[in-house]
Design a protein around this ligand. Structure first.
Ligand SMILES: [Mg+2]
Length: 240
């Protein structure tokens, strides 16, 4: 349940990305994506999918691939990929460690803004046991014209939650997501604790514009409070 705004709150809204921030889904999604693309004549590994399309909406990724292929993917490509992903979710999906405790400890309004489809977000959060903690404040790239790295989804989420962009704090794990938050005029923290993150991922998030980076969700409540005590922290891009 979101609480009414208090003047001493550091932010009016915390916006969580879903994949790689709430659920440890990126490795699973990339494997399903690679398997489906390879079957359709675009040979690609799970690692290459991760490298090229992490955090990019399915729609943007499809446009890139079709341009390179010089032909269209089948009309039901998304549903094939979704099917492969959801099957793997049911068997393998786990939460990001300690995310439930972090969500409970952050006494600010919260929402989810994800590049995934509404069904994928719902299914993923449901499989991981997080849906009831965050519903109904869940927004999908399918609700806006342009997915991440465009700012549209974060601005839409802020608007729906009646929060000014500068009073929102975004939690992201992808370069596209950091770019989207920066473009939206929102401070953003970069999370590098997902199992898909390689060494140096945090540094890349910081270079892309993350105000600070962290690798353990147990750090998040204190990190938000720290920013609250020192508003210049974000603007100054201080290191933790
Ligand atoms: Mg993500």
């Amino acid at each position: 349940m979101n609480k009414p705004r208090r003047d001493k709150d550091p932010f009016d809204l915390v916006i969580f990305d879903c994949d790689g921030v709430l659920v440890d889904s990126e490795v699973i999604s990339c494997a399903a994506h690679a398997e489906t693309l390879t079957r359709h004549g675009y040979p690609i590994t799970s690692d290459q999918v991760l490298e090229r399309f992490l955090g990019v909406s399915d729609r943007e990724a499809r446009q890139t691939i079709e341009t390179e292929l010089g032909r269209q993917l089948p009309d039901d490509f998304e549903s094939q990929m979704k099917q492969a992903t959801l099957q793997r979710y049911a068997a393998d999906l786990k939460t990001i460690p300690h995310i439930s405790e972090a969500i409970a400890a952050i006494g600010l309004p919260k929402c989810v803004a994800s590049s995934g489809t509404p069904e994928k977000i719902r299914h993923g959060l449901g499989c991981a046991g997080l849906y009831d903690l965050l519903a109904p404040h869940i927004f999908s790239a399918s609700q806006v014209n342009r997915g991440k790295p465009a700012p549209d989804l974060f601005l839409f989420a802020a608007g729906q939650m009646l929060a000014a962009p500068a009073r929102c704090l975004v939690i992201e794990d992808s370069l596209a997501g950091i770019a989207a938050a920066v473009a939206a005029g929102m401070p953003v923290l970069g999370f590098y604790g997902g199992s898909h993150c390689r060494p140096g991922h945090g540094d890349r998030l910081r270079a892309a514009g993350a105000a600070a980076i962290f690798g353990d969700m147990r750090q998040l409540p204190d990190l938000i409070a720290q920013i609250g005590r020192n508003p210049g922290f974000v603007a100054g891009f201080s290191a933790l």
